[in-house]
Structure formats: structure tokens, C-alpha cells
Design a protein around this ligand. Structure first.
Ligand code: SME
Length: 153
């Protein structure tokens, strides 16, 4: 998608979420709404969801898209890379990422952003897969970081 079009679409989504989220303070409800809006507004998204850290494991949370792995093997793949590096990871071609975990063979590229709670502890990741190569870039990273701030606003 053209970077300008992408940015303005994210900005519209941000405004829509600013209106939708205040009807609940429940974090899981807010996270679920974010996923639903993103998944249905971004046509290059194929799988959109969370993996939460639970007792040292990454366990799937709310998501939209095809059925995904319920738990991810420790310290392997893109989601764990996001947790261990403590920063977003953009993967233009999943086949080139050593240890990538393919929950669905149609996924071609991926972005993972760690989620921090109010205490600034990482509680899991936002994970988005595309069925197109090279789908995610700096615009996605920046805009999705902004959107994630809305969970705890
Ligand atoms: N590809 C991820 C696994 C989760 S799925 O993409 C839904 C990974 O390598 O961690």
C-alpha cells in the first residue's frame, strides 16, 4: 500500500478507536476491539492478534483470521524475538527468518510489537501476519505503536 494512504488509514483507525474504547476500562475488551477494527480495515492483514506471556510461555489471546498456534515454542520465532529484543520486529519475508513459526503456510511477512503494561513490563506482543511479502514498514511500526498506547489510556 502507498505509504501516504497507509498512514492516513491508520490515523482514521486511531480516531475511531479513540471513540470506541472509552466505553470499557477492561483491558481485554479494549485489546479485542483494537484487533477487530485493524483486521477489518487493513486489507493486507491476514492474521491479527496477541500472544500473552504466561508463566514464561507465549499463549494466544484474542485474534482475527485463521486458526493459529495456541502456544509458541520457547525462544523461537518472531513473537519471541519481539519479547527478547524488547522492541518491534519487522520481517519482510518469513522464509528468511530463522526459526519462524508457521501457524499458517499462507503467511508471507510479519510484524511483532511488544506490549507494555502501566508498570512498563512486557506482557506479550501484538502479532500481525500478511499473505503478501514485504507488507510492513516503518509506517506500520510507528502507527501500531501509537494505537497500542490506547489500551492503557
Ligand atoms: N509466526 C509467529 C507465530 C504466530 S503466528 O504468526 C499467528 C512466530 O514466528 O512467532
Amino acid at each position: 500500500m502507498d505509504p501516504k494512504k497507509k498512514k492516513s488509514r491508520y490515523e482514521r483507525i486511531y480516531k475511531q478507536l479513540e471513540e470506541l474504547l472509552p466505553t470499557s476500562n477492561d483491558e481485554l475488551a479494549r485489546m479485542s476491539t483494537i484487533i477487530a477494527v485493524l483486521h477489518h480495515k487493513m486489507d493486507y492483514y491476514f492474521w491479527t492478534g496477541y500472544y500473552f506471556l504466561k508463566e514464561g510461555r507465549l499463549v494466544v489471546g484474542p485474534y482475527q483470521g485463521p486458526v493459529a498456534c495456541q502456544e509458541l515454542e520457547n525462544d523461537k520465532g518472531v513473537c519471541w524475538a519481539g519479547v527478547n529484543r524488547q522492541e518491534p520486529v519487522v520481517v519482510p519475508d518469513v522464509e528468511q527468518f530463522p526459526g519462524h513459526i508457521a501457524c499458517d503456510s499462507r503467511s508471507q511477512s510479519e510484524i511483532v510489537l511488544p506490549i507494555r503494561n502501566r508498570q512498563r513490563e512486557i506482557i506479550g506482543v501484538l502479532d500481525i501476519d500478511s499473505d503478501q511479502r514485504n507488507a510492513f514498514d516503518e509506517v506500520d511500526r510507528q502507527q501500531l505503536s501509537n494505537i497500542l498506547q490506547l489500551i492503557y489510556k
